[in-house]
Write a protein that binds this ligand. Structure first.
Ligand SMILES: [Zn+2]
Length: 208
């Protein structure tokens, strides 16, 4: 396991470029690894005037939903003891944490920290359900695609071509084309050009 110093450096490397005034410090090292010194000198050198830390929970490094906390002083003025005390006090605030209804581990209390897209589950339980759902969706889509391919094959089509359109603006998207012979590169490019794709080589063809 990384030490608190490494964790802090790692966390700082994830700062939000859109909000350069915010620099994030993972609190895991501060509160859960008692006695491990955080390199306050390093903080002072690199982030002297910053005073915001992102607190994440000890149980979950993958916790993408830290809480921003403003310290009473910037890093070049705060002592390690004060830093620890402020973070610890924050975790002890009434209602800051609540038990995940699924696994019982402590997580951010959503009554205290409302969220549009998260419920009272901890991030591990939330993420597990999320990926399970994604897998189910992918399986459903696969079954749908297979049914459509079978239908087209019965109609006499022999090939399916998947093309990625890279438009000049906006997101890339996929189009598919069924054909009765393998399509030539020129035919594929015609479709992609008509859709103003900036890339004309992103496609694959499979036999049905
Ligand atoms: Zn949980």
């Amino acid at each position: 396991m990384s030490d608190a110093n490494t964790l802090a450096k790692e966390a700082f490397s994830h700062r939000d470029p859109k909000n350069p005034q915010y620099h994030h410090l993972v609190a895991r090292g501060l509160v859960s690894i008692q006695g491990t010194p955080v390199d306050v000198e390093w903080l002072r050198q690199h982030y002297a005037s910053y005073n915001t830390v992102l607190l994440r929970l000890p149980s979950s490094w993958s916790e993408a939903w830290g809480q921003d906390v403003r310290l009473s002083k910037p890093f070049d003025e705060i002592s390690l003891a004060e830093l620890k005390a402020e973070v610890t006090a924050y975790f002890k605030e009434p209602d800051a944490l609540s038990a995940c209804p699924k696994c019982g581990s402590m997580t951010w209390n959503r009554k205290h920290y409302p969220s549009e897209c998260r419920d009272e589950r901890c991030s591990d339980c939330w993420m597990a359900a999320f990926s399970e759902n994604m897998t189910k969706q992918a399986e459903k889509q696969k079954a749908k695609d297979a049914a459509r391919d079978a239908k087209r094959k019965a109609e006499g089509f022999t090939h399916k071509t998947l093309m990625w359109v890279h438009p000049p603006h906006g997101h890339d998207y996929q189009v598919e084309m069924y054909s009765r012979t393998p399509p030539t590169p020129a035919e594929i490019q015609t479709v992609l050009k008509r859709r103003q794709s900036q890339v004309l080589t992103d496609h694959t063809t499979v036999a049905l």
